[in-house]
Every structure is written in structure tokens, then in C-alpha cells.
Design a binder for this molecule. Structure first.
Ligand SMILES: Cc1cc2nc3c(=O)[nH]c(=O)nc-3n(C[C@H](O)[C@H](O)[C@H](O)COP(=O)(O)OP(=O)(O)OC[C@H]3O[C@@H](n4cnc5c(N)ncnc54)[C@H](O)[C@@H]3O)c2cc1C
Length: 412
């Protein structure tokens, strides 16, 4: 039977560890942070899981957050254009999505793994530890992007078009934002400014809202990625309110200013993400492999909410291939790559497209979605299957074809 080492207990490492555990395959998880260290940590991210990921959680027996009132059912779009004026339109999922603070999620899944007999070694893996881990296991699954582990995997220059973050992020978990009924994720796009995504989220204090501000680096909201909440909370909150009123009024109008604050003072994250794809594996002198999964393999900007969802998908593909492979050799790596590539790269390419100024065809698509619910529903449902989204968005001709196919009048 295979014996797998997994470095990193984010969603990629945990979903793989739990999957292998269910199959009765030996796996040891190595990670640097104990479950108890998450409660007071700074906000890690603001992750929404789509229904395909929730189905994987159910299969693993770790879907502990099933209250339908804590799920969201559709995307509400605000396109803030001066001409013809703001457009507001919606698209539904076939099955709901859910967002949950990862400082609750990750430690709970670690506990599940340990309670079922899984082994976690809590230690920081350094460069000197890599060879001993390769010797100890038949395969090293690497689910850590930072430091020497990430550096093992070469960049894929063809799939990594940017050298710097394309958005300056200011992300927080807030109280004082009203819910819609049923709940939605609201996506507000303002040309020349950026995107604001408002996500109803299960927090330590019940439901709150993530405000994910994706600010263009040279736009008027980019300063929020540098303003300090800690230095002057009131001034910070007022700066956010002023910008939202001016640039994202659809979401601003849902805020009750007197209750508007971070849920906890550490519920803020600022900075940027460099979209990066790395080569999937490294071969060692003894013939064994290290395989990249999760962000270390493919890091995308959070604007489309894809990184964790493709990490979970990738973990399952890797788990299924480990379970069926007689040996964890080059052919095993090739099979993993063949199976996961379309979805992972579909997410990366679609997200990278959203980072660019919109083409004429993409603007036409947004206009068409504002008039055509079936088209917007399909666009929304494709958040579950980014390879399907990329089928429609990968060339101007395909976008035109999609619009035409969904709106017969436009094709004539
Ligand atoms: C603001 C924001 C919003 C996002 N929103 C979404 C969303 O809505 N939907 C979505 O799908 N994705 C979203 N993402 C992306 C998502 O957060 C990531 O894609 C996902 O969490 C990556 O998981 P991972 O397991 O690959 O890595 P990580 O979560 O980074 O896990 C790495 C693990 O390794 C451990 N570790 C680190 N270094 C070492 C070491 N040297 N030795 C041992 N252990 C180590 C860490 O403690 C951690 O447990 C968002 C990201 C951000 C920043």
C-alpha cells in the first residue's frame, strides 16, 4: 500500500489527507500551525465554496455547515457604467454555495482527520527536511506555496502572464451590512476603479459579510490596500464608506453606518496576489516525485472565487489516482496532470482574463447577461466548472457565439 506525505494543512492538503484516509491509504500530514492557533490569527482569506466543493465535503463526511439560511443562492451584479447608467442583474446557481471563515474551517477538518486516526506532525518544514521526507514516503504531496517547498516547482511562463498583482486588495469581515433574502453574493464592477464582492459569511459571531475590494493599482480606491485600521479604526471605516458611496453604491446602500465595523480587529487582509502557475511535479534522484497541489500549483486572484475550489478538485483527482495507481511513478504524475489540467487552467485563464480591461466582446456579454437571465444563470453556474466558462470566453469569436446561441434574435 502507498505511503503518502502531505505538507500543508490548507484545503488542498486536508482534502487529500481526508480522501486518502477514507480509502485506507497511509498519509502523514505535516503543517506548521496547530488547530488552536487559528482563533486569534489575522484573517486568512474570504473563501466561498461552490456546490461541487460542498459535495466533496459531504463525501468526506466534513460538511458540518449545512443550514440553508447560511448559504447563498445567486450572484447579484452591479455594473456601474455612466452610459446607459448602472445595470443591475442576477444569475442563479443550480445548487447553493457557502462561505465560511477558514479560521473555523481548517482546524475543524484537522480535528476530523485526527479523530479518525490520522497523523499530523506539527512542524515547519525547511529545505533540509525535504530529502528525508522524500525518502520516508512513496510520494510527497506539496500543498504549501511559500518558502523552499514552493521554490521546488518551476514557474510555467506560458500560463503566468503577470509579474505583479493585478489588483490591490483590501479585504475584511464586516458587521452592519444587511442580508438579502435569499442571500446572494453581490459583485459590483466599476470601470477605472475595480471590483467589490460582498459575500455573506459564517464568522465566529454568526453571519457577517466579507467585503473583498479588488482595486485597480492606479485607481482611486487603491489607497485602501495601505490604510491602517489599527492606527485609526474610525478614519479607516469612514474612508471605506466614502469610497463605497462613490464607486459601489449598490453595496453602500446596504450598509448601516452606525453598525459598520470589522467583526474583530484582526479581520482584515491587505495586499495583492501574483497569479502564478507552476510545473506540477519534481523528480528526485531516487526516482520518487513531489507533486504540487493547491495554490503552489496554481495561484489565481480571488476575484472569481476559484482558488480553494480548484484546490479541492485537484486533491480529489490526486487522491483517486493514488488509489488506482500500482506505483507512484511518472505515469501516475502524467495521469494526474491530464485529468486536472483543464479545470485548473480554465480557472487560471478565466481569472486572468478578468484582470484585463474588458474586450468589446466581454462588454457585449455583460450587456447581454443584463437582458437575458438564462445566459446569466449559465455564467453563474459555471463558477462550479471553470473549464466550461473558458469554453465560452477563450476567444472573442466564442463569446459572440455564446451570446448568439443564448439570444437567437442577436444571431440574426
Ligand atoms: C482574500 C482572498 C479571498 C479568496 N476567496 C476565495 C473564494 O471565494 N473561493 C476560492 O475558491 N478561493 C478563494 N481564495 C483562494 C484560497 O484562499 C486559496 O486558493 C486556498 O486557500 C489555497 O489553499 P492551499 O491548501 O493550497 O494553501 P494554503 O491555504 O496556503 O495552506 C498552506 C498550509 O501550509 C502550512 N504551511 C505553510 N508553510 C509551511 C511550512 N514551511 N511547513 C509546514 N507547513 C506550512 C500553512 O499553515 C497552511 O496550513 C481567496 C484568497 C484570498 C487571499
Amino acid at each position: 500500500m502507498h505511503n503518502v506525505g502531505i505538507v500543508g494543512a490548507g484545503i488542498a492538503g486536508l482534502h487529500l489527507a481526508l480522501y486518502l484516509q477514507k480509502q485506507g491509504i497511509d498519509a502523514v500530514l505535516y503543517t506548521d500551525r496547530e488547530p488552536g492557533a487559528y482563533r486569534d490569527a489575522r484573517l486568512l482569506n474570504t473563501v466561498a465554496h461552490h456546490s461541487t466543493t460542498l459535495a466533496r465535503e459531504t463525501a468526506l463526511g466534513v460538511n458540518h455547515w449545512t443550514d440553508p439560511d447560511q448559504h447563498y443562492y445567486y450572484h447579484d451584479h452591479w455594473l456601474n457604467v455612466p452610459e446607459p447608467g448602472p445595470l443591475n442583474f442576477a444569475g442563479s446557481f443550480e445548487k447553493p454555495s457557502r462561505a465560511l471563515d477558514y479560521r473555523i474551517y481548517l482546524p475543524r477538518l484537522m480535528e476530523d482527520f485526527v479523530e479518525r486516526g490520522g497523523k499530523i506532525e506539527f512542524r515547519r518544514i525547511e529545505e533540509k527536511d525535504i530529502q528525508p521526507l522524500v525518502d520516508r514516503h512513496d510520494l510527497l504531496a506539496v500543498a504549501v506555496g511559500k518558502g523552499p517547498m514552493g521554490a521546488m516547482f518551476e514557474h510555467d511562463p506560458e500560463e503566468t502572464p503577470f509579474k505583479a498583482p493585478q489588483r490591490q486588495l483590501c479585504v475584511g469581515l464586516y458587521s452592519g451590512v444587511s442580508n438579502t433574502d435569499p442571500m446572494n453574493v453581490t459583485m459590483s464592477i466599476t470601470p477605472g476603479v475595480g471590483e467589490l464582492i460582498c459575500i455573506p459569511t459564517i464568522t465566529f459571531d454568526g453571519m457577517g459579510h466579507a467585503l473583498l475590494m479588488e482595486n485597480l493599482p492606479d485607481g482611486p480606491m487603491t489607497h485602501l490596500a495601505r490604510e491602517s485600521y489599527d492606527a485609526d479604526p474610525k478614519a479607516f471605516l469612514q474612508a471605506v464608506l466614502d469610497d463605497l458611496e462613490q464607486y459601489h453604491p449598490g453595496i453602500y446602500n446596504r450598509i448601516e453606518a452606525s453598525r459598520f465595523d470589522l467583526c474583530q480587529s484582526q479581520d482584515i487582509l491587505q495586499g495583492g496576489v501574483v497569479p502564478t502557475v507552476r510545473k506540477p511535479a519534481v523528480k528526485f534522484d531516487n526516482g520518487k516525485y513531489a507533486l504540487a497541489i493547491g495554490d503552489v500549483h496554481c495561484t489565481v486572484d480571488p476575484v472569481n472565487g476559484q482558488g480553494a475550489n480548484i484546490s479541492s478538485y485537484s486533491a480529489f483527482v490526486v487522491g483517486e489516482e493514488i488509489a488506482r495507481a500500482p506505483v507512484l511513478d511518472g505515469r501516475f504524475i502524467e495521469r494526474v496532470e491530464n485529468r486536472r489540467r483543464d479545470r485548473v487552467l480554465g480557472a487560471a485563464r478565466w481569472t486572468n482574463l478578468m484582470m484585463q480591461p474588458p474586450s468589446q466582446e466581454f462588454q457585449m456579454l455583460l450587456g447581454a447577461m443584463s437582458q437575458n437571465r438564462a445566459l446569466c444563470d449559465e455564467f453563474t453556474q459555471n463558477f462550479n466548472a471553470p473549464e466550461d466558462q473558458w469554453e465560452h470566453l477563450s476567444s472573442p469569436q466564442r463569446i459572440r457565439h455564446w451570446i448568439g446561441a443564448k439570444t437567437p434574435m442577436a444571431a440574426e
